[in-house]
Design a protein around this ligand. Structure first.
Ligand SMILES: NC(=O)c1ccc[n+]([C@@H]2O[C@H](COP(=O)([O-])OP(=O)(O)OC[C@H]3O[C@@H](n4cnc5c(N)ncnc54)[C@H](O)[C@@H]3O)[C@@H](O)[C@H]2O)c1
Ligand SMILES: O=C(O)C(=O)C[C@@H](O)[C@H](O)[C@H](O)COP(=O)(O)O
Ligand SMILES: [Zn+2]
Length: 372
């Protein structure tokens, strides 16, 4: 069996490891038992992941002598809402899960964000472990401690920073993921190259087929993404500065998710990020920050992988520039009413731009919508 890669996340007393490799799910119970001997484990998962992979996880927990119970939610972004959050909290409390026990998030980013937020507040904070089962969750959402739910006003507007105590990413569970969801996660992989790692982006341009196919290239891409994220989170845990770079493409992407009402049939998060990253590069070129070849190259790569890159590709449309701007002004990076965007001087040269002129963004979106 391939040796797992261990990526440390250095956060002082909140430090933890990310274990990455094929076949780790069966032994996840033993890793959790080493962390919290004798703890009870409340597994929060969704119906699809429960059907496909819960028996393997549960057998490992039992073999390690850990009692466990499952809380199951419906798959998809719709579960990141107040009602589901309240139910998850109440089920954890009803199951008499104690503060020293473990909440185990078993699923994609939706389950991770929801379960992590519940772990942050139930009994004023419980330990939690992430066992991510989508590419997106393995390279991004399971790491760094951002947890939360959506508000009718916008994406992730209610939440908390709450770090996991351990992340276990079994790369073999990705074999059951749909090609569409795999590609959505790939957008966040490409993001790390676009932020500050041009050689990684070049490697992805050459190797994306192998990453999609599985095997060593997939594990390499996941580990490199986790190292990038761990480095940024270690220097800015709560996004007072550099961590905002991880939001590349998200100001546009989150607005697209909001105007499509979090309907995964139309747009999932990674697809919004793909379109958003292309828009961020195009807007940067429009502002004279980088040559037009850069957005073209980004769009060409993401399109080759099979991701949407244009507003016109979202089924049912994305509304008007004013509707998109209304969503953008709810972004958590807004400071004293001023928009913050992650812009770029070229591939791997992203930076945080404060005081972006909203009228320039609105005009740009109106042009893009007219092209769509
Ligand atoms: N906290 C963070 O730092 C962070 C980072 C990035 C994204 N996010 C959030 O993550 C969410 C998106 O996560 P996602 O893309 O993982 O979506 P998701 O959790 O909705 O999972 C996508 C779909 O795949 C299914 N699935 C999961 N694992 C599977 C498997 N192994 N086999 C078959 N099907 C499987 C799920 O049931 C679901 O239908 C968004 O809400 C986004 O805001 C958070
Ligand atoms: O970890 C981060 O920081 C990120 O921004 C990662 C993003 O990929 C992720 O989608 C995150 O949930 C967005 O955060 P938000 O603060 O803009 O809601
Ligand atoms: Zn994201």
């Amino acid at each position: 069996m391939t040796e797992p890669t261990i990526v440390p996340v250095a956060l002082g007393e909140r430090s933890y490891d990310i274990a990455i490799g094929p076949g780790l799910l069966a032994g996840a119970g033993a890793r959790v038992a080493a962390l919290a001997p004798g703890a009870r484990v409340a597994v929060v998962t969704d119906e699809t992941v429960a059907r496909l992979h819960l028996p393997t996880l549960a057998a490992g927990l039992e073999a390690a002598g850990l009692k466990h119970a499952a809380v199951t939610v419906r798959p998809g972004e719709g579960s990141k809402n107040y009602a589901t959050f309240a139910r998850v909290c109440d089920e954890l409390i009803a199951a008499k899960i104690e503060r020293g026990d473990i909440v185990l998030a078993f699923g994609g980013g939706v389950v991770g964000d929801l379960a992590g937020f519940a772990a942050a507040v139930v009994r004023r904070g419980m330990r939690f472990v992430q066992v991510p089962t989508t590419l997106l969750a393995q390279v991004d959402s399971s790491v760094g401690g951002k947890t939360g739910i959506n508000s009718p006003h916008g994406k992730n507007l209610v939440g908390a920073f709450h770090q996991p105590s351990l992340v276990i990413a079994d790369t073999a569970v990705l074999d059951t993921l749909s090609p569409r969801e795999f590609r959505a996660g790939y957008a966040e992989v490409a993001k790390y190259g676009l932020i500050d790692d041009e050689p990684f982006f070049h490697w992805l341009e050459r190797s994306w087929r192998e990453v999609l196919a599985g095997g060593a290239a997939r594990q390499t891409a996941i580990a490199r993404s986790c190292r990038s994220k761990a480095a940024i989170v270690a220097r800015d845990e709560t996004e007072t500065g550099d961590r905002a770079l991880l939001n590349l493409g998200h100001t546009f992407g989150h607005a697209l998710e909001a105007v499509t009402r979090y309907d995964g049939n139309r747009l999932v998060h990674g697809e919004g990020v793909a379109i958003g990253m292309v828009l961020a590069h195009e807007f940067s070129a429009r502002q004279g920050l980088c040559p037009q070849e850069e957005p073209s190259r980004v769009a060409a790569h993401l399109a080759a992988v099979g991701l949407p890159t244009r507003l016109g590709e979202v089924p049912g449309g994305v509304g008007t520039a004013d509707e998109l701007m209304a969503a953008i002004t709810q972004d958590k990076k807004v400071r004293r009413g001023q928009l913050t965007f992650i812009l770029t001087r070229g591939i791997g040269r992203s930076f945080i731009a404060r005081d972006v002129d909203p009228e320039a963004v609105r005009r740009f979106l109106a042009e893009k919508l007219a092209e769509a």
